[in-house]
Each structure stands twice: as structure tokens, then as C-alpha cells.
Design a binder for this molecule. Structure first.
Ligand SMILES: *Cc1c(COP(=O)(O)O)cnc(C)c1O
Length: 394
């Protein structure tokens, strides 16, 4: 009997788990085990030879982790999911799997800081070069593709200025050259944006953010074609070893169940804060993809369900004023990361983007007056009142 495909709101709760197979346990059990016993020596031989299905050792697979992987694969519309110890373990396993010495990677501008650091290390140690592009047109992308280009790597929305990259456009160009497109979908989650449906090949997450949603796990997940991820599982994941712990998978399975309702609230709160911030005399500019005047608004409408939960804004004032604003807040927390129940605020120039050289930072729009906010799940009125009283004190 083939089962009808469920809607996303049902998939986040049920996919990849059958209570009947687990003594009726409603909640997926936590298989906190490092290894698995074989009934006989011959069975061990067959498992190692790949002739018999079954678990061998938790770096090669774990039932709790597998539930999360199946669920994430269904949510992104991919064939297989693979879970990692962190978002960076996922990024590095994918990029190392796709490249060899002398290759080239074409990236969207304004990547996550540690991904940028990884690319620099790959260049220094393995002569794997990279270029950045705003990817605003097909010509702009084609211009930077070389015979050695092994993949295109994209983040959208771009942090922290919330510029968007048109994923369908990038995927169309990549197909001309038969190059895979990898998308870091951390800022949107599969509830807001599904890059595989736009024609991209690999999608990855820092599950630390919206997937977990409760600020208690650091983790990563990749979804893509089975052949590709079977290869990653047996090479860069198995031999480098950045696997997810069963406990983290268990927490993520729990967090994921509320992804759609959480995201609805995050997005609603961000939209309300955008309205209020845009009208405030001490705010010079607000960056938010749900802004109808945002140049990328048409891409947002095509590619995302809502504008997301992140906002960046520039205040009229100095770096010290930006820091003072943060210090005046009462319950909004000063912290990097995003996607948690708590509203988090940070100063990119001195925190997430401090490693970027000042010139490059300015080019990215990360000024000393820029502040990034991850809208939490609190009442938006309370978040606004906290921001407003801090702005009033400047
Ligand atoms: C946080 C983040 C990462 C890194 O993930 P970790 O779980 O912290 O290793 C990668 N990409 C983006 C867009 C992120 O926000």
C-alpha cells in the first residue's frame, strides 16, 4: 500500500517513525548507544560486507538520528538526509566531498563567517579557489564559472542585509554547466523555502537555529540525492567523524514538531517590528525581505512563504550608540545565533562579522550602526516596547 504524501505540518510530526515498531512509544526512543551487538560472527561479517541491513556502530548510523534524517529529507523534498554535529560539520563535509585540489567554488556574497573561514583554509591548504558573486543575473554567474568550478554555494537571505538570491535562476545556469548547487537554508527552514524544489541539488542547515528552535542544541543536517549523500556518509562523514549525537537528534525531533507554528509567530513578530522600526525617527534603515519596497521583494514572493524572522536595522548614531541600545534592553537578549524562542539581538560589526576586514564589511553593508535582531516568540508588543524604551534613551 502506498501512502499518500502528507502536508508539511503533518510531516514534521510523523515522518520516519512508526510507534508500532517501538513497543507503542508515542515519542521516538533515544538510542543512546555507541555500538550494536551481532547475533553471530557470520552476521557481523555480513553487516560489514554490506550484505545485510542493520546497525554496526553509531558513527555509521543510529536509529534516533535516522528518524531525524528521514524527517528532514521529507521536509526538504529530497531523497536522503544526513545529520551532523554542527552546521559547520555539515558545510565542511559537503564542500570537501564535492571538491579536489585545484578546483574552484562560486559563492554568493556575504557568506556565514565560518564558511568564509573554511573557504580560506581550503584555498591555502588545497589550492581550492573561490569567487563571490551577487548572482543578480545569469550573465553575472556565467562570467565567473570556470572549467574547474566544482559547485555553486549559495546563502539566501544574505546575512545581515537580507538580500535575496534567486535560486531558480542560479539552478538554471548551473544546469547549463552540469555543476551542483548547494544552498545553506538555515535562515528560512524548509517551512519558508525549499531550494531542491527550485532545482538546486543539496540543501543544508545549521539545525542549531530554526530546526531545533529552543537554543539547546548545536547541530547540522544535509538533504539531497541518495547517491551523493551515501557517498558523503561513507567518506567525509564516516572518516572525518562530525556525526550528530543521538541526544541532539532526539531534541531536534522534539523541536521540529512545532516548526510551522513557531515560524508563523517568528514571521508575524518580525513583520510587526519592521512596521514599527521603519517609522521610528532614530532608525535610518530597516532590512527585511518582507518589505514591499525591498528590491528583492518579487523574489521573496516567488521563493519564500513569508519574509522570515530576521530583521536588521541601522540607527542614526555611532557605534557607541548601537552598543548603548543593546545595553539598555531589558528582556531582549544580547546574543548571536537566531531562531530561538527568545528574541536575540547582536551587533554584526563587532560580533558575527568582526573577522571580516573593515573594507569588505562596508561593501557588505555591515556598518557600525547596524544591528541584527532575531524575532522570538514573545508577544510582539513586549518586544517592541523593550526596543522603544531603549531607543528613547539614546
Ligand atoms: C549558524 C550558521 C552556520 C553554522 O552552524 P553551526 O551549527 O553554528 O555550526 C552556518 N550557516 C548559517 C547561515 C548559520 O547561521
Amino acid at each position: 500500500m502506498t501512502e499518500k504524501r502528507k502536508r508539511l505540518e503533518t510531516t514534521v510530526i510523523h515522518e520516519g517513525y512508526d510507534a508500532k515498531e517501538m513497543l507503542g512509544s508515542l515519542t521516538p526512543p533515544l538510542f543512546q548507544t555507541s555500538t550494536y551487538t551481532f547475533d553471530t560472527a557470520e552476521q557481523g561479517e555480513r553487516r560489514f560486507a554490506g550484505e545485510e541491513e542493520g546497525y554496526v556502530y553509531s558513527r555509521l548510523g543510529n536509529p534516533t538520528v535516522n528518524i531525524l534524517e528521514e524527517r528532514m529529507a521529507a521536509l526538504e523534498g529530497g531523497e536522503r538526509g544526513l545529520a551532523f554535529a554542527s552546521g559547520m560539520a555539515a558545510v565542511s563535509a559537503v564542500l570537501i566531498a564535492l571538491t579536489k585540489s585545484g578546483d574552484h567554488i562560486l559563492c554568493s556574497s556575504g557568506l556565514y563567517g565560518c564558511t568564509f573561514g573554511l573557504l580560506q583554509m581550503m584555498e591555502e591548504k588545497y589550492q581550492i579557489t573561490h569567487d563571490f558573486s551577487q548572482m543578480e543575473s545569469k550573465e553575472a554567474i556565467r562570467e565567473l564559472i570556470r572549467p574547474e568550478t566544482a559547485c555553486i554555494y549559495v546563502e539566501t537571505p544574505v546575512n545581515p542585509t537580507m538580500k535575496l538570491i534567486d535560486l531558480e535562476l542560479v539552478a538554471e545556469v548551473a544546469r547549463e554547466y552540469d555543476i551542483p548547487v548547494v544552498v545553506d537554508n538555515t535562515f528560512s527552514s524548509p517551512y519558508l523555502q525549499r531550494p531542491l524544489e527550485a532545482g538546486c541539488d543539496v540543501v543544508l542547515h545549521s539545525a542549531t537555529k530554526y530546526i531545533g528552535g529552543h537554543g539547546d542544541v548545536v547541530a547540522g543536517v544535509v538533504v539531497g540525492k541518495k547517491d551523493f549523500l551515501d557517498g558523503v556518509a561513507m567518506t567525509t562523514q564516516k572518516d572525518i567523524g562530525g556525526i550528530m549525537s543521538p541526544m541532539d537528534a532526539w531534541l531536534l525531533i522534539r523541536g521540529l514538531k512545532t516548526l510551522p507554528i513557531r515560524l508563523d509567530r517568528h514571521c508575524h513578530n518580525a513583520a510587526k517590528l519592521f512596521e514599527k522600526l521603519s517609522k521610528h525617527p532614530k532608525i535610518a534603515h530597516v532590512y527585511y525581505p518582507g518589505d514591499e519596497d525591498h528590491p528583492d521583494y518579487p523574489i521573496m514572493q516567488r521563493q519564500m512563504k513569508h519574509g522570515g524572522g530576521l530583521i536588521a536595522f541601522e540607527i542614526n548614531g555611532s557605534k557607541q550608540d548601537a552598543q548603548r541600545l543593546l545595553n539598555h534592553l531589558s528582556f531582549i537578549k544580547i546574543a548571536v545565533s537566531l531562531g530561538d524562542a527568545e528574541t536575540l539581538i547582536q551587533h554584526p560589526a563587532t560580533m558575527t562579522h568582526a573577522v571580516v576586514p573593515p573594507d569588505a564589511r562596508k561593501e557588505m553593508g555591515v556598518t557600525d550602526q547596524l544591528i541584527r535582531l532575531s524575532a522570538g516568540l514573545e508577544a510582539w508588543e513586549d518586544i517592541w516596547e523593550d526596543l522603544e524604551q531603549a531607543l528613547d534613551r539614546l
